[in-house]
Design a protein around this ligand. Structure first.
Ligand code: GLP
Length: 240
């Protein structure tokens, strides 16, 4: 695991964009695994800027997202599909037909999990972007999730509901369940990029990079992956 420590959030975003740019320039039809949350927003804005400057194109890129809340869809501004459209897809030259997320509004959620797992087999990620939950989760794989898990439905922990409530009008509005890519499907990516920023991530980052490899900290499995780059700002790296 290569840990790069930079000054602040803006530098995390810039360095992260450099890695995405490198992957896409080397393979214009690359499959990118993408994440939501505060961590990648700045990187997505930087990528959109580079598209406008014609430095990079997403014309042939395919994307698969990590997760979605159960019950939310494209019309809900708290959904992850809305987030991706708003923060990235609407601002770059990607063909939206090449973008994929789990469908949180599927009638049969088990079937949707199976569909998404099958889809991931056709779109093996050249690069998977990850944020890090303050409890060590990746995607919505909460502590205790088996490392061999595939796409599944999750009951969110109280900790995650609280963390994510900042983006909702009230904590009651945060969905209690989500659909997430499984850990085995995340680590199947050829290359992984983890963006970590802020003091509230310091403990989780230490557990991920230096702690015991254990299902209690889902992100710790990344220690076994051969090509992981972590970009952390000073505050997040303060306990390393
Ligand atoms: C959320 C998302 C994750 C994200 C993580 C960190 O619950 N499901 O994919 O990486 O929490 O979020 P943030 O970047 O906002 O701190």
């Amino acid at each position: 695991m290569n840990v790069m420590i930079v000054k602040d959030y803006d530098e995390v975003s810039f360095e992260g964009a450099d890695i995405v740019e490198y992957v896409v320039k080397n393979k214009p039809e690359a499959v990118l695994g993408l994440a939501t949350g505060s961590s990648p927003i700045g990187m997505y804005a930087e990528l959109a800027k580079r598209v406008k400057e014609r430095r990079i194109t997403f014309k042939d890129v395919k994307t698969v997202n990590l997760d979605e809340y159960v019950g939310l869809g494209a019309a809900d501004d708290q959904s992850y599909v809305w987030f991706m459209n708003h923060n990235l897809f609407d601002n770059i030259d990607i063909d939206k037909r090449n973008t994929h997320l789990p469908n949180g509004k599927a009638e049969n959620l088990q079937k949707e999990c199976a569909r998404y797992s099958e889809l991931l087999k056709s779109f093996p990620q050249d690069l998977q972007v990850l944020g890090l939950g303050s409890n060590g989760h990746v995607g919505f794989n909460e502590p205790g999730t088996p490392f061999d898990s595939k796409t599944h439905i999750v009951n969110l922990t109280a900790n995650t509901i609280k963390d994510n409530s900042r983006l909702f009008a009230s904590i009651e509005e945060v969905p209690k369940r989500a659909i997430t890519m499984g850990i085995s499907e995340i680590i199947a990516a050829k290359k992984i990029l983890v963006l970590v920023s802020g003091e509230n991530k310091a403990k989780a980052l230490r557990a991920m990079a230096k702690g015991e490899i254990s299902e209690d900290c889902p992100a710790s499995i990344l220690q076994r992956h051969p090509d992981v780059t972590v970009i952390a700002d000073k505050a997040a790296a303060s306990l390393l």
